[in-house]
Design a protein around this ligand. Structure first.
Ligand code: IMP
Length: 199
């Protein structure tokens, strides 16, 4: 039986490689077509933004498309930066600027619980859609630790490792394999694997 093919809305090579590894054998991931403009992610929710991105690539390619959208939700910041995670320190903010703003906002905070959420959405040309979510619970570190990964990785300490034992390392101190096994995005795409088996 042939595996379903999905066009990947992301063009970020690191992310595409990570997603392709998880979907291996279940879904064939096709590259994002050239020349499709970036969509403005202004839906106000992770699911809404994921839908905008998948629908745009589906319309441009005529094929089912998959997208993902992630946010970091910090309890001490009333759930912020949330849907604005990528642009926390401004529209052109670097990862380092976003992390610096987060550390500043959390200065002195004792309660540091937070979670990453990823929504993955598939949109088909006939309008059908499928969405799944992955969550990784954790805390925000008081200083940056580790040199791997990207984004907020040096500041995010997942509550548990892949073996379920309590964890104290940041995502930046984990190998790609360890992080993918427990991360929000890893969990969301593992949920997609299960959901695609019954589509
Ligand atoms: P996106 O929806 O995957 O583009 O994620 C939005 C923002 O969340 C990114 O710009 C990163 O700052 C942050 N982010 C997403 N995934 C991760 C992760 O696995 N580690 C650290 N930061 C992440």
């Amino acid at each position: 039986m042939s595996v379903p093919r999905l066009v990947c809305a992301s063009a970020n090579p690191h992310k595409v490689a990570e997603i392709a590894a998880i979907l291996d054998g279940v879904v064939e991931l096709l590259p994002r077509p050239d020349g499709v403009p970036e969509v403005v992610e202004d839906a106000g929710t992770l699911a809404g933004n994921a839908r905008l991105k998948a629908a745009a690539i589906c319309a441009a390619s005529g094929l089912p498309a998959v997208s993902d959208d992630t946010g970091l939700f910090v309890d001490a910041l009333d759930g912020g930066p949330g849907v604005d995670t990528a642009y926390y320190a401004g529209p052109n903010a670097t990862y380092a600027e976003n992390r610096a703003k987060l550390l500043h906002a959390m200065a002195g905070a004792v309660a540091r619980t937070a979670r990453f959420r990823t929504v993955v959405m598939v949109v088909w040309p006939d309008g059908r859609e499928l969405s799944v979510e992955g969550v990784c619970e954790g805390t925000i570190a008081t200083e940056e630790r580790g040199d791997r990964g990207f984004g907020y990785d040096p500041l995010f300490i997942a509550a548990h490792g892949a073996d379920g034992a309590p964890n104290e390392r940041t995502f930046s101190q984990m190998s790609d394999g360890e992080k993918n096994a427990i991360s929000h995005r890893g969990r969301a795409f593992q949920a997609l694997v299960a959901a695609m088996r019954s589509v």
